[in-house]
Design a protein around this ligand. Structure first.
Ligand SMILES: [Zn+2]
Length: 323
């Protein structure tokens, strides 16, 4: 009999649902837009409709379902699974896990998306079974997940891993969280888009603008295109972004002494050829030699599906810890 996992990656703009076997082979995926305004009831309906549709397409029998896991943007309390003050979903307080279990009529693992991603990396990534592992996603925002001594580290209430809100420049740009100089405010996709917008308004960034399709706003993709053409402004901006990422990662390496720091997220994977090496160089130069020993800083091999892999991992690892 097949043993299958239903995984759902709920994001602020998109919902990715998938069915995978316990070896991490994804059998079928479905991607839909998150309902406008992300009304919790509608979001729950979409998650359930997507899952039902996938189960039908894959002709899954009820006894084949080993588990269901859903990842949400944080902050998410643990173990209650309440989404609190989520900037991506605009939810103030939603009792997400309880409602999901009620509607699905069975147990569901609910985990913050970046925590799910680090579980995916831990179980299915190149450094699988690496017990001291950090995962950092660089996309519209910056987030992270921490595996310490083979266990997911959630902190006291579930709020650990918010690496994007580590200040890397005192008095720097204002962040969505209200503080200044957070990594997310300086080195995320939205930070780059904002910086490019300012540059264009000042008459700079002409090469980057030339790489931008009519009617679109330049972002990380266009910045990368211009840098690959040798544009000096693009190269300078990217070197600043790499330095901020390097500062943040070096801080984390000195605090956690991980074996591996795995980088993912749309922006990081799209700009890997431009960002990875300078980040590695910065980190290697700026951490204690003990912490540098055996350290790997690399990009994930799991791509955009990392959270789905994490859903499978969470089901397989269920029972290894208190849910
Ligand atoms: Zn912040």
């Amino acid at each position: 009999m097949r043993e299958l996992v239903v995984g759902v990656d709920l994001g602020g703009t998109k919902i990715l649902a998938g069915i995978a076997d316990t070896n991490g082979n994804i059998l079928e995926k479905k991607r839909v837009f998150t309902p406008v305004g992300a009304d919790p009831d509608q979001v729950l309906d979409v998650i359930i409709n997507c899952s039902t549709e996938l189960l039908r397409v894959c002709r899954v029998r009820e006894q084949e379902i080993k588990g269901i896991a859903v990842a949400t943007p944080g902050p998410l309390s643990f173990p209650e699974g309440v989404v609190r003050n989520s900037p991506n979903l605009n939810w103030e307080r939603v009792n997400f896990k309880e409602e999901l279990i009620r509607r699905m009529g069975q147990s569901v693992i609910v985990e913050k998306d970046t925590n799910m991603a680090v579980l995916g990396e831990y179980y299915f990534g190149r450094q699988s079974e690496c017990g001291d592992l950090l995962y950092i996603t660089v996309s519209t925002g910056v987030g992270g997940g921490v595996i310490c001594a083979g266990k997911l580290y959630r902190g006291h209430g579930g709020g650990a891993g918010e690496v994007g809100h580590m200040v890397v420049e005192a008095g720097g740009v204002v962040c969505n969280c209200g503080r200044r100089g957070c990594l997310e405010a300086l080195a995320s996709g939205s930070a780059i888009a904002r910086r490019l917008d300012e540059m264009v308004k000042q008459g700079q960034g002409q090469c980057i603008l030339a790489c931008t399709a009519a009617g679109e706003q330049p972002g990380p993709r266009e910045l990368g295109m211009a840098a690959r053409q040798g544009d000096k402004e693009a190269i300078l901006l990217l070197s600043q972004v790499a330095e901020y990422l390097g500062i943040g990662i070096a801080n984390l390496v000195n605090i956690f002494n991980p074996r591996a720091v795995i980088l993912g997220g749309g922006m990081m994977l799209g700009l890997r050829d431009l960002l990875l090496e300078p980040v590695q160089t910065y980190v290697n130069k700026n951490v204690f030699s003990l912490n540098r020993q055996d350290l790997l800083v690399e990009c994930t091999s799991l791509g955009d599906d990392i959270v789905l892999y994490g859903c499978v991992a969470a089901i397989l690892m269920r029972g290894n810890e208190n849910e």
